[in-house]
Structure formats: C-alpha cells, structure tokens
Design a protein around this ligand. Structure first.
Ligand SMILES: Cc1cc2nc3c(=O)[nH]c(=O)nc-3n(C[C@H](O)[C@H](O)[C@H](O)COP(=O)(O)O)c2cc1C
Ligand SMILES: CCCCC(=O)C(=O)O
Length: 413
C-alpha cells in the first residue's frame, strides 16, 4: 500500500527483512540469512556500526546534496553496489535478471556471483552497459573452467573481476547442513551450464554440507585418473571433477598470491580490472598493493566464512591506513542503514556493497523489491549527508565521527 512515494509496509531495511522472511521457504531463508558457526561475526558486522556516532555540522547550506560517485568509469547514483550473492532465483523466479534491471534503473553497480542462476551474458545484456558489471570469481583448482568464464566475461563487457579470497574452504553453516541445502533441480548454475554437456549438471548445492571440512575435502572430491594437481601440499591432491557445484568447486585451498594473482591478471587485463574480495588485515592489503591488484573489498563474506573474525567496519581502518589511497578500498558486511554507508565512508571506504538486503528485496517483490531496497538506502544516505552538513561524497571524512565505547566514553578519531 503506497502513500505518496512510500511503501507503508516497508519503510526501512528492517521492515524489508521481516517481509522477506515470510516469503522464503525455510531452506532458502536459512541459506541466505545465516552466518558461519554461532553467527557471532555476522552479528558483529551489524553491531560495529553502533560503536560510532556522527558529529553533525550545521548552517552549511545543504539545499543541494550530490550523492554520486564514480566506479569503473561510470557514474553511480550513490556509493553503494549490490554485492555478488549466489543463486538468486531461490528468492524470486527472475533472480539475477530482476537484480540487474533494478540496478540499471537505479544507476547502481552490480556484482554477479560465479554461482548465479542466470548466465553472465544475460545479466550483461540486461544492464546494457548502463551500469558496470563486476564478475565475482571463484577461481577453481581446475583453471580451464575459470579461464573460459573469464573470457566470456571480457566479451560480455564486464569491467572487473572480484576474486573471492576468503574461501579456501567453505565456512561451516549449520542450518545449511541441517536442511540438507540443495538447489532445486529446475534451477541451474547457469555460468557453467554449457560446460557440462558430458556431465550431469550439478544443481547445487547437490549434497549436504558434510564434505566441507579441511580434513576430508580431498577425500570427498571425486578422483579422476590423471587429473592430479601439479602441486602438492603433503597429500596427493586431486582436482575436483564432475558436476560443478559450489560445494565441490567454490572453495580452493591452493590459491596463493604468487601463483594465482599473476595468472589472473594476465587472463583479465587489460579489459577487466582484477580486485580481491575478502581482505581483512593491513598485511594482506600491503600484499594486494605489491601484487598490483586494482582494488580491494574489505569483507568477511557477510560472516559466512571465518566466524570470530573481526567485523568488517573494525577491520577497515587498518586496511585504509595500509593502502594510503593508492587503490580504492571498498567494504561490505552489515550495511542496513544510510547512516552505515556514511560511517563506512567516514572511516575511509570509497564505496560499499550490500548483500542480503538485495536478496530480501528480491524475495519481497522481485525487481520492484530490489529497487525499493536501493531507494530506501539511497534516501537515508542522502538525508544523513544533509543532516550531517556534508554536500559531496568526497567530503565525508573521519572528522564527522566519534567512537563510543561500552561505558559511553566518547573518543575522537
Ligand atoms: C546468500 C549469500 C550468498 C553469497 N554468495 C557469494 C558468492 O557467490 N560469492 C562471494 O564472493 N560472496 C558471496 N556472498 C557474500 C557477499 O558478496 C557479501 O560479502 C556479503 O553478503 C556482505 O554482507 P551482508 O549480507 O551483510 O551485506 C554471499 C552472501 C550471501 C548472504
Ligand atoms: C561459497 C559458496 C558459493 C556461495 C557463497 O559464497 C555463499 O553461500 O556464501
């Protein structure tokens, strides 16, 4: 029920989360919403934002607020993008296409998961070069699949590859295991569907997440004669074969800066920038600079990988300090309010990405729901800038924040 420009049922992301809850089946809801283990990092990603307060400046003529920023040579309506999340057709039958349409309409960059239920070509066609597309890459141990995917992304006009680096193994997500999470057979991991002519398409999700632990990962992978990896780690590793599923192929414990980043840059450049997604320390930020990636995303995978890891907002300052403005620093995890975007930017991020809120928008109303999510966050961000006395995104800086500790003590940054 809309009143004026508002959907009165959904006035913020908390409303959206609740509305989405009832529209998803339990298996999907748990897969989307849960974090690894106890979920404490998932929670801390959210709570980290409460540790900061805004210092508003007044009498500054805020009649004109410019929220735009530039990303991959495109103007983005706000410094917010839709993070890559897998299997969006679980939320709505239009899945990633609905997300792409919403992003295009709202002028927002879109990240596409390697494990999307829509092909990268279809998503690129939908965005039509109006907004930049980013391919999130799980670089498989068997590089042939990844090589083909990269070539296709180049051809389709993707601007960047975000290599996910926080998944040497999959985090332990207990609800997913309990529910025996599986992608229903009428959906496909479309980016790899054409690669599987000789093999049964692996929908999933295919098996429960019991093969997910370092100790038995190799053992559970189907061995194929002659397909031994050309490197050893003390055990006889075999490449994952058979249907491409995220349980079998996404995690790659062999990835390393030296071996893989250089290879990836050669495959992608110059058409696509190579970024790393999943950096959480100054040390790795410095290595990212050393290996000349074009940007980094401070991320802990929405609390789905290493539980007990630092909240991304808490990791951000050390990364920003290490990078010294040499390459862009983006952040994701726990962003649910326009004020969160402002705080992340004030702590030095150039841009933020939101994951689950887009899935909730999809579950609520498909494309319209994602548009609503982007509208809510954008309006909140604009209002926050105005009330804080800032008229341009580039002017958001740490002088607009203070940190408040548990006893209420306020300290300047
Ligand atoms: C259901 C779901 C699926 C995800 N799939 C991927 C993925 O395929 N690749 C990836 O790099 N990150 C993936 N992520 C992580 C997001 O890109 C992002 O880092 C995270 O969602 C940000 O946290 P937020 O959900 O609190 O905004 C996924 C997250 C969720 C919730
Ligand atoms: C790593 C598996 C692919 C999907 C994903 O990244 C997630 O569920 O978090």
């Amino acid at each position: 029920m809309a009143q004026g420009d508002h959907d009165l049922n959904c006035l913020n992301i908390d409303d959206l989360e609740k509305l989405a809850y009832t529209r998803m089946d339990k298996m999907t809801r748990d897969y989307y919403n849960e974090g690894a283990d106890s979920g404490s990092t998932l929670l801390e990603n959210l709570k980290a934002y409460e540790k900061y307060r805004i210092r508003p400046r007044v009498l500054r003529d805020v009649s004109i607020i410019v929220t735009t920023t530039t990303i991959f040579g495109h103007k983005n309506a706000v410094p917010i993008g839709v993070a890559p999340t897998a299997m969006q057709r679980l939320a709505h039958s239009d899945g990633e296409l609905a997300t792409a349409r919403a992003c295009k309409k709202k002028g927002i960059a879109m990240g596409l998961s390697s494990f999307a239920t829509t092909s990268l070509e279809d998503v690129a066609k939908e965005c039509d070069g109006v907004v930049p597309n980013v391919l999130q890459l799980y670089l498989f141990e068997e590089r042939a699949h990844s090589k083909k995917l990269i070539a296709r992304a180049k051809k389709a006009g993707f601007k960047a590859v975000f290599l996910t680096v926080d998944t040497p193994y999959l985090g332990r997500r207990n609800a997913e295991i309990k529910n025996q999470f599986k992608l229903p057979s009428h959906f496909k991991i479309e980016n790899f569907a054409c690669e599987e002519d000789d093999e049964e398409q692996g929908a999933d999700g295919g098996n429960p997440r019991t093969d997910n632990l370092p100790a038995n990962t190799s053992a559970k992978r189907k061995a194929k004669k002659g397909s031994k990896a050309g490197y050893t780690d003390g055990e006889s590793r075999v490449l994952p074969t058979g249907p491409i599923t995220f349980h079998t192929h996404a995690a790659n414990p062999t990835l390393s800066w030296e071996k893989d980043i250089e290879w990836l840059k050669q495959e992608c450049c110059p058409e696509m920038e190579v970024w790393v997604k999943g950096i959480a320390t100054a040390e790795d930020a410095i290595l990212a600079l050393h290996h000349q990636v074009r940007g980094i995303v401070v991320s802990n995978h929405g609390g789905r990988q290493l539980n007990g890891a630092l909240a991304t907002l808490d990791a951000l300052p050390e990364v920003v300090e290490a990078i010294q403005g040499k390459i862009p620093v983006h952040v994701d995890g726990g962003i649910r309010h326009g004020t969160d975007v402002f705080k992340a930017l004030a702590l030095g991020a150039d841009f933020v990405w939101v994951g689950r809120p887009a899935l909730w928008g999809l579950a609520y109303k498909g494309q319209e729901g994602v548009e609503l999510m982007l509208k809510l966050l954008s309006e909140e961000f604009r209002l926050c800038m105005a009330l804080a006395g800032v008229t341009k995104v580039q002017d958001i800086a740490k002088e607009y924040l203070v940190k408040i500790d548990k006893s209420g003590f306020v300290s300047k940054l």
